[in-house]
Write a protein that binds this ligand. Structure first.
Ligand SMILES: [Zn+2]
Length: 457
């Protein structure tokens, strides 16, 4: 990063002088102290989780979450708070059940329909279960072996990948695409082992996508323990299942909103730094880690700057995006508006990887810009942040990155526990630690301060 004129005015001095470095680390300390001692993000998260709860796009709860977001932005002291309209899909879950017959007797197990999928229309679908471990095994089977049956895609989340987002990236196609693969051979419905690192039985929901407009077969996820049991039973003999679900995608789109709060920049207010997470969640648990944490951390940036009297050179814009989970309409509306209004975005930063201890910052930008950020890497070490090796940023800001070529970054927390709770009934406030959440907000605020203070390119 190049120093701007204002840096000299503030007496910070020239590039990489030791006094500039100590000024920088002092500012990092001030930001961290403010958030660790007086941060309100944890309290905000409690209110969001306990008074709104889960908030799938298009629901009344999502509407309530928008009101909560507006209020929280105002309380944080944003100079300007406003809503940005976007039309979102509404997927309805309804009642659902799964029973497995393993020893000559049906037993109900925990299961969740996958988001965006169509269910059994409230009718019971009973069929034998055919287990395969992956797509290669499925493709090798003749059509008569699977036609009219329920196929169980028993693909395990790779526990040997230390960076669990890599494991998720590896496994997630079995959630998103299995009904498409299976429908080609006349399969009646699909069961999947959840995209889960957990040693438990929580089923994980999440989005799927039908490619074919005619054959929409149902898809349900089961937790790891039930999947282990089903695997054993399938090895021993014939298993049948009864599936019943009412879920469906509603035809009409629903008007919803991104919530935006700004601090106006002093030196170049037309230059914008966007930081955000997504306000919607799946319709299970409380969306605490995914992504209530990211929302309250983004609001915390505004609050901390105001409390410290930091007047950033660029405009800081905290955005609570709508509909990340099953449509990305908020992220698209944001990018479209930025392009239509010819906005100048310095960078867009996302926090949507859980409220755990920050370990790094993902950087998706030119090699030169990356190099400029890395000059300041040492400043983050006292906060346990050392990993700048990953690319990426986040789904909500990806349309802005793709369409307007805006550099992108993402807060990277410790990933070991995220896929235990992700998209489950266990993603609740109680699983978020107040220090870890606040530390993430502090690191975000520090990073934004650096980018605002110095040029990226
Ligand atoms: Zn998320």
């Amino acid at each position: 990063m190049k120093r701007l004129i204002l840096a000299a005015c503030l007496g910070i001095g020239l590039v990489n002088t030791s006094s500039a470095q100590s000024q920088d680390s002092l500012m990092f300390r001030r930001i961290s102290d403010e958030i660790m001692l007086h941060g309100t993000c944890y309290d905000n998260l409690r209110v969001l989780c306990k008074s709104v709860g889960h908030r799938l796009s298009g629901t009344k709860a999502a509407e309530k979450a928008v009101k909560w977001g507006e209020k929280a932005m105002r309380e944080a002291g944003a100079d300007r708070v406003y809503l940005q309209a976007c039309d979102v899909p509404y997927w309805y879950r309804g009642k659902e059940s799964l029973e497995l017959n393993v020893n000559g007797q049906y037993k109900k197990v925990d299961a969740l329909s996958l988001g965006n999928s169509d269910g059994t229309n409230g009718r019971t679908l009973e069929a034998p279960v055919v287990m395969v471990h992956n797509y290669e095994e499925f493709k090798a089977l003749p059509e008569y072996a699977v036609r009219g049956k329920i196929v169980f895609f028993n693909y395990r989340f790779r526990q040997d990948y230390i960076f669990t987002f890599r494991g998720y990236g590896d496994a997630v196609k079995y959630r998103v695409n299995s009904p498409n693969v299976a429908a080609e051979k006349g399969v009646a419905a699909v069961l999947i082992r959840s995209m889960s690192t957990g040693e438990d039985d929580f089923p994980h929901t999440g989005s799927m996508h039908y490619k074919d407009s005619t054959r929409h077969i149902p898809e349900m996820a089961i937790g790891n323990k039930t999947a282990d049991m089903l695997e054993e039973a399938c090895k021993k003999g014939t298993v049948t299942a009864k599936m019943n679900s009412e879920c469906k995608m509603m035809q009409k789109m629903v008007r919803s909103y991104n919530v935006i709060g700004e601090i106006k920049g002093t030196y170049s207010p037309e230059r914008i730094i966007t930081v955000g997470g997504h306000l919607d969640s799946w319709d299970v648990g409380e969306g605490a880690h995914d992504d209530g944490a990211g929302c309250v951390q983004s609001i915390e940036v505004i609050r901390a700057y105001k409390a410290l009297g930091i007047r950033p050179k660029c405009t800081i814009r905290a955005v609570l995006f709508m509909n990340e989970e099953n449509g990305l309409k908020g992220g698209q509306a944001y990018a479209d508006s930025a392009i239509a209004n010819k906005e100048k975005h310095v960078i867009a930063i996302e926090t949507d990887a859980g409220g755990f201890s920050p370990r790094g910052i993902e950087l998706e930008m030119s090699p030169q810009q990356k190099e400029n950020v890395l000059k300041y890497k040492h400043l983050f070490l006292p906060y346990g942040v050392y990993d700048f090796s990953h690319g990426g940023g986040g789904a909500d800001i990806s349309p802005l990155h793709e369409k307007a070529k805006v550099p992108m970054a993402g807060l990277l927390p410790d990933s070991q526990r995220y896929f235990d709770v992700h998209h489950t009934n266990n993603d609740v406030f109680e699983t978020v630690n107040h220090r870890e959440l606040k530390l993430g907000a502090a690191v975000l605020s520090q990073f934004i301060w650096l980018v605002s203070q110095y040029e990226l390119n």
